[in-house]
Write a protein that binds this ligand. Structure first.
Ligand SMILES: [Zn+2]
Length: 451
């Protein structure tokens, strides 16, 4: 049931959709592309300038890269709600695939088009305006509010581990809203409760001082073969990863998570059509397919190179070979541990010369599906969108969620939808979803006071 005070807040939001959209368009005009490091300070300042008038104590934290903007409004309430957002965006190239310029926000057929509108400036502004609605209607804010808005999410959040270490206390809250989300292919709103971890390694082999004539393959060692054998030793043809101890720390899905995924439709035939495949990996079906989607770690060759790859033939025995391999990790796997196990695997299988020239990553993060904050979000969704939110216990993708999940139960919901094309040309949101998502945040704030 909607409380009378909240009615004012929701009415205000409804009456001010256009005003909030003009704020959104303003911030969308900053081409704050993290990969290029351009316009980062102005965009951070824009965020600070829009949080401050709401009564938040705002700080721009210096980092090695763009600043992290934080804001806190402590009203002495029992509960605290934290928002994690980012003001940086992906590069907009190739420009010619955009129907309207990426940094000139344009409305067509009820959708707002611009780089970063779905990921994640639309979310950021909808959250600012939900809070503004409480202030403008003089409705007592029933929770304390915190914002963390960083500028390096699209390049892997390189400054966030350091920031999180230095600001441990700030990152404590009873509930948190993670950056992205929205409606799935069937139009139903979705919530994501976790992200997989990642280990990314570059493997290199050099067996000759220089490339040789391939006639010498009868007497000289081959770098590409050595690499291929090494890769082959890491995974069997059924997808089982053969690195000793790889699965040791893997936690199976809990009963509550299995129950949650039983309710989720992962649209398996649409995905099949999308990629043009007849069957999934190892002919995975039904519950097994779902469990793999949410909880299978992976060993994937992301790139591989050696020797002649140009037109025609060149009979060469390449001196070097290289592969980039990524591992998606699930609860409780740790990237440093897996990197060590991989090194040991290579060494004990005759691949001492396969060098790991770089190794990078972060652990997975997840919120229990039965956490009371998940219920708060669902109640808010039901009030605004009229249906139970689709709960994904985790996502097959990765992100630095682990920095937060020890101290905040993070739930990812947002203004996007299946057609939003985050990271691609013609990124957009449905304005009506944006309006409702803004209301949903207001109701989350309200429902949190009753938890
Ligand atoms: Zn994002």
């Amino acid at each position: 049931m909607v409380m009378p005070m909240l009615d004012d807040v929701l009415y205000y939001i409804e009456a001010n959709v256009e005003n909030s959209l003009s704020d959104l368009k303003e911030v969308l005009r900053f081409p704050s592309v993290a990969a290029k490091g351009e316009h980062m300070k102005e965009t951070a300042q824009w965020v600070a300038d829009h949080l401050e008038p709401l009564g938040l104590k705002v700080t721009l934290h210096k980092t090695a890269g763009p600043p992290v903007v934080t804001g806190i409004l402590d009203v002495g309430a029992k509960r605290t709600l934290l928002f994690y957002d980012h003001y940086d965006v992906q590069p907009a190239e190739p420009f010619d695939l955009w129907d309207s310029p990426p940094f000139e926000p344009t409305v067509r057929d009820g959708r707002l088009y611009a780089r970063g509108v779905a990921d994640n400036k639309g979310d950021t502004v909808s959250r600012i305006w939900a809070l503004k609605a409480f202030l403008e209607t003089e409705t007592v804010l029933p929770v304390n509010i915190k914002f963390v808005v960083e500028g390096g999410e699209e390049v892997g959040s390189p400054d966030m581990p350091e920031f999180a270490k230095k600001n441990k206390d700030f990152l404590k809250a009873d509930g948190g809203i993670w950056e992205f989300g929205g409606a799935g292919i069937d139009g139903k709103q979705e919530a994501w409760l976790g992200l997989k971890g990642l280990l990314y390694v570059q493997l290199e082999v050099e067996r000759l001082k220089m490339d040789a004539h391939s006639a010498y393959a009868c007497i000289l060692p081959s770098a590409p073969y050595q690499l291929v054998w090494a890769l082959n030793s890491m995974k069997d043809r059924n997808g089982r990863i053969l690195i000793d101890g790889f699965y040791d720390d893997l936690q199976p899905l809990t009963d509550a998570e299995l129950k949650a995924i039983a309710k989720v439709d992962i649209h398996k035939s649409d995905v099949k059509d999308h990629y043009g495949i007849q069957a999934y990996l190892n002919d995975l079906k039904d519950e097994e397919l779902k469990e793999a989607y949410y909880n299978a770690p992976t060993c994937n060759i992301a790139g591989i190179g050696s020797g002649w790859q140009g037109m025609g033939s060149k009979t060469v025995l390449p001196a070097k070979a290289m592969a980039k391999v990524d591992f998606r990790l699930v609860e409780d796997m740790n990237p440093d541990d897996i990197a060590k196990k991989l090194r040991k695997h290579l060494d004990s299988n005759g691949f001492e010369d396969v060098k790991m020239v770089s190794s990078d990553g972060y652990p997975p993060g997840k919120v229990p599906v039965d956490h009371p904050f998940v219920d708060v979000v669902n109640r808010a969704n039901k009030i605004v969108f009229g249906h139970d939110i689709v709960v994904h216990p985790t996502s097959p993708g990765s992100g630095p969620l682990y920095l937060f999940t020890d101290s905040v139960p993070m739930v990812s919901i947002g203004v996007g939808d299946f057609e939003s094309r985050a990271h691609s040309p013609n990124e957009s949101i449905v304005i009506d979803n944006y309006r409702l998502a803004m209301k949903r945040i207001a109701v989350v704030i309200d429902e949190m006071s009753r938890w």
